[in-house]
Design a binder for this molecule. Sequence first.
Ligand SMILES: [Zn+2]
Length: 124
Amino acid sequence: MEESESSRSVSVFVFSLLNNKDKNTHRSTVVCKGDCSCGDDYNGETVRNLAVRIAEHSNRAHTSEPVKHLRDHPSHSFTWRVLSAAQTFHKRRIVEGLMIQQLRPTLNKQVTSYVSKLFPSGIT
Ligand SMILES: [Zn+2]
């Protein structure tokens, strides 16, 4: 089967990320945000190399929300950026939760976050 234009552009994008020497893409503990070309977005946190995680989000064998979105809309593509670096699991979960609450990314299913479990009456 011939590779579609969109999956080729995703591959080129991932390849360019993996070869990107910018330190931002090599932070190991980060909260990141992906903006789709259609306007949808996704927040995630990872302890692993961001470039590897982004490659997973773009790899159709994985089942993350961005991958499902790209499978449903093959012509779309994501642009990823680091929102915040956090050194511990709890900090990352809190930062991710705050980002999700604040930014309301359209592709995050779990909008009731870790933060709303920690602070059920909200943060003022
Ligand atoms: Zn999209």
